[in-house]
Design a protein. Structure first.
Length: 159
């Protein structure tokens, strides 16, 4: 089973607890690295200047602490003579990882948005900006257990 390396663990600590819950489950299924959690002003402006973000500081969900956004990338152990690396051009693996993460988030009742499909319509071709590593919480302050309790409160009407 895969596990996070030192750099990923350090970035993991900057994440909102809901993202941590999702990452904990996803790493058991698929080997990936956490590229970015919280971004300070300098890092955010660098990401913007390099076309890695459409947002200036402090308008990104990466600019909060805990961060309500995370960038993740599939880890390919076969690269760099077995030490592993990221193949940024392998869109299929990014899509697979995003699907795993979206499924876990759904199971946990946590609303997320993926940077490969920002409008969540399941069509990637209608996006102007593809941010394949990006995952963000939609309603970070909404507790999924509250929704569950409301559903259970009315569940007897459907039995």
């Amino acid at each position: 089973m895969a596990s996070f390396g030192r750099a990923s663990k350090r970035r993991y600590k900057t994440l909102h607890y809901k993202l941590q819950m999702i990452m904990d489950e996803a790493i058991q299924i698929f080997d990936f690295t956490i590229v970015c959690g919280f971004r300070n002003e300098q890092d955010q402006e660098k990401a913007f200047d390099n076309n890695k973000s459409e947002k200036h500081w402090p308008n990104s969900k990466h600019n909060r602490l805990p961060s309500t956004a995370v960038d993740v990338a599939p880890w390919d152990q076969s690269m760099r003579r077995g030490r592993g690396d990221i193949d940024w051009n392998n869109r299929d693996r990014f899509i697979l990882l995003a699907g795993i993460i979206k499924g876990i988030a759904h199971k946990l009742g946590i609303a997320i948005r993926w940077g490969g499909d920002f409008n969540n319509d399941t069509f990637m071709r209608d996006q102007k900006f593809h941010d394949m590593p990006h995952i963000e919480l939609v309603n970070p302050d909404k507790d999924p257990r509250v929704v569950e309790k409301k559903w259970n409160k009315f569940a007897h009407f459907f039995v």
